[in-house]
Ligand binder design. Structure first.
Ligand SMILES: Nc1ncnc2c1ncn2[C@@H]1O[C@H](COP(=O)(O)OP(=O)(O)OP(=O)(O)O)[C@@H](O)[C@H]1O
Length: 620
């Protein structure tokens, strides 16, 4: 087993372990390769135990890729690297073990965005706030939790009225359902490690080395967690401040920029050679990013010569899309570039529609990334809600979801009766039992409800796939799906989804284990990526990936830079917004290894559009 080939400076970064190291580098310069090989070096050459290395990646997909790469270069199996994970996944692995100390019961479950929304609707109703605050409230709560000091954050941010109460009630609802939301995973792990010195010590001793990928997009709380876990400065982080594109979500590149000041004897390694892209692509993207004032200067270069980067403008978006679709076919036929090596990248999701149409009519297969994720699909969520209720009787949101799905005669009237039976700190499921015993609901519906409660009780200890089969069978879920689906194709797709879900669940030992995994990958936009077609993706979801040919489309004012990011009276905020948008454009361009095309249309959705100023900034 041997490491991949490394440049001298990559090798230096790999073999430096005495003090903290920061690898700061441009796009395509082998940051991920360096990180992966450093883990292999620790294991192969320095005989570190792979189970005692914590390596943080930005997505679950990146963690899987890193593990499969590690299998190849160390000869170990992926299972030997249990701590190659995302921040959320690593923290949940810690949190679930100790959750009782924080007042939860085992198994601790995770609520996803749709469950969070269901809670928040109730919170708004309780506070007599209009439903249109839903989105703002969700985003505010998330930002507050990620700020590391929610109370302070809420005191000075956000436009949601009664936001502190909303925050409190929302958290109470979560606690009552013995669940945490995504952001809690980090916040509560931080609290746990802060409050309990013996637990902190145990984990500090458990991790002999910590590595973090995409460090430029880490936030305050993630940095606090690293510090709580760190022993003897055994830390390597890698990142590129040019590619920080999550500041809108609380990422703070300050940690990246100040790393050498923060950690004593930190070593800085600079990777400036771009191994991915041709000289033409590197030059154009460098010219663009040079317009950002806030950046660490670096001299990126490529030794490889290629074709010129092209800029195209079209009369409207259909023409742009048709041209791109034609080019995809040409690339396959004339240049032998397979479809999966081609990406069409855009700033906002709505841009994808004409491209989907044009690709379809040109007979070019495509894969949509960040479309409705697998776990957001109704049938998947329904079946999962049954499983959640089975192992977590206090999850009212999930119980409400399934109490009449498929229909079993529990209409709004009966549901009201059940709610009427609910005492403080009583679950809706227990309230349902009370309503049956008190004969408060009609006989037939009560009998059906009783069947549901028995089903939930009896599947709790089953394996997840067996439990799913039973739910399907005993609720006649197939009949329910048939009434929902518009046509045979739709029904077929939904059944296929269920089949995949059951197949996936069969690999898990218990329902909680299955649910944990499902909840954690739910957040990965890359989840739907399994096709061999041209990849249609937002720029955000293309982070870290590479393709032979990339089309960055709709490079227009108002889209890239996005109007939302630059709509502000304040000069400073405008500049900040512009710089983040420019970094996004930089990320998009640097995904390409061989061919890069930038395009814009003069009208989009019937309105006049102007080319983005970024086009001129590339110097093309
Ligand atoms: N020393 C090297 N020799 C040859 N190829 C290399 C070397 N280092 C990296 N590469 C190749 O360059 C490409 C980019 O590497 P990698 O994805 O690790 O870069 P990165 O810095 O993480 O990229 P980005 O930040 O742009 O996502 C990959 O195809 C990788 O295999």
């Amino acid at each position: 087993m041997s490491m991949q080939s490394l440049s001298p400076v990559q090798m230096e970064a790999v073999s430096h372990v005495e003090t903290p190291a920061i690898v700061t580098a441009g796009a395509g310069s082998g940051k991920t390769r360096t990180l992966t090989n450093k883990i292999a070096y620790l294991v192969n050459n320095l005989h570190y135990d792979p189970e005692r290395i914590l390596a943080i990646t930005f997505t679950n997909k990146a963690a899987d890729e890193m593990k499969s790469r590690l299998e190849k270069i160390t000869g170990r199996s992926a299972g030997d690297f249990p701590w190659v994970r995302t921040f959320h996944s690593a923290c949940f692995k810690i949190l679930k073990v100790h959750c009782e100390l924080l007042g939860y019961r085992k198994p601790l479950l995770i609520h996803d965005a749709s469950q969070q929304k269901a809670h928040l609707k109730k919170v708004l109703a309780e506070l007599n706030l209009d439903r249109h605050y839903l989105f703002a409230a969700a985003s505010l709560i998330s930002k507050a939790k990620n700020s590391a000091d929610p109370v302070l954050y809420l005191a000075s941010n956000g436009r949601v009225p009664r936001r502190k109460e909303a925050y409190r009630i929302y958290n109470e609802m979560l606690a009552q359902s013995n669940s945490v939301d995504f952001d809690d995973i980090l916040l509560l792990t931080r609290d746990l490690l802060q409050k309990y010195p013996e637990i902190r010590k145990a984990y500090r001793n458990r991790f002999d080395y910590i590595l973090v990928d995409e460090f430029q997009d880490s936030n305050e709380i993630q940095n606090q967690i690293i510090d709580l876990l760190l022993k003897d400065g055994r830390l390597t982080v890698v990142g590129d401040d040019y590619q920080s594109i999550y500041q809108f979500r609380g990422a703070n590149p300050f940690h990246f920029i100040n790393f050498p000041q923060k950690y004593a004897k930190a070593r800085v390694f600079r990777l400036e050679e771009n191994f991915r892209s041709t000289r033409q692509i590197v030059t154009a993207s460098d010219r663009l990013i040079a317009h950002n004032l806030q950046r660490i200067e670096k001299q990126c270069f490529s030794r490889r010569d290629g074709q010129p980067v092209t800029v195209e403008t079209f009369y409207n978006e259909q023409m742009e899309a048709e041209w791109v679709a034609d080019r995809c076919r040409e690339l396959l036929n004339d240049e032998n570039i397979p479809y999966r090596e081609i990406a069409i990248l855009y700033r906002t999701k709505f841009t994808s529609l004409p491209f989907e149409r044009a690709l379809r009519s040109a007979g070019v297969p495509y894969t949509m990334v960040g479309a409705q994720g697998f776990f957001q699909r109704r049938e998947v969520q329904d079946i999962n809600a049954y499983l959640i209720c089975a192992v977590n009787p206090s999850d009212d949101i999930s119980f409400e979801r399934i109490v009449n799905v498929p229909r079993r005669g529990i209409g709004p009237g009966a549901l009201k009766k059940i709610f009427g039976c609910k005492e403080r700190n009583m679950s809706l499921r227990d309230a349902a039992r009370k309503a049956i015993d008190g004969r408060l609901i009609p006989k037939k519906a009560a009998a059906e409800l009783d069947k549901l409660l028995s089903l939930l009780e009896s599947i709790a200890e089953e394996k997840p796939d067996a439990a799913m089969h039973r739910v399907m069978k005993e609720t006649d879920y197939f009949a329910h799906l048939s009434t929902l689906s518009d046509d045979g194709d739709d029904l077929e797709t939904r059944l296929e989804n269920i089949k995949s879900m059951i197949y996936d669940a069969a690999g898990k030992a218990s329902i909680p284990e299955y649910l944990e995994d499902a909840a954690l990958i739910r957040d990965d936009q890359d989840e739907t990526d399994n096709g061999n077609g041209v990849r249609l993706s937002t720029i955000h979801a293309a982070k870290g990936l590479e393709f032979k040919a990339v089309f960055v489309v709709a490079v227009e004012e108002g889209i890239l830079p996005h109007r939302k990011s630059i709509e502000t009276e304040s000069e400073i905020e405008l500049e900040r917004g512009m710089e983040e948008e420019r970094r996004l454009m930089y990320v998009a361009m640097t995904r390409a290894s061989e061919l890069l095309s930038l395009s814009a249309a003069a009208t989009r959705r019937g309105e006049l559009a102007r080319p983005s100023p970024f086009l001129a900034e590339t110097g093309l």
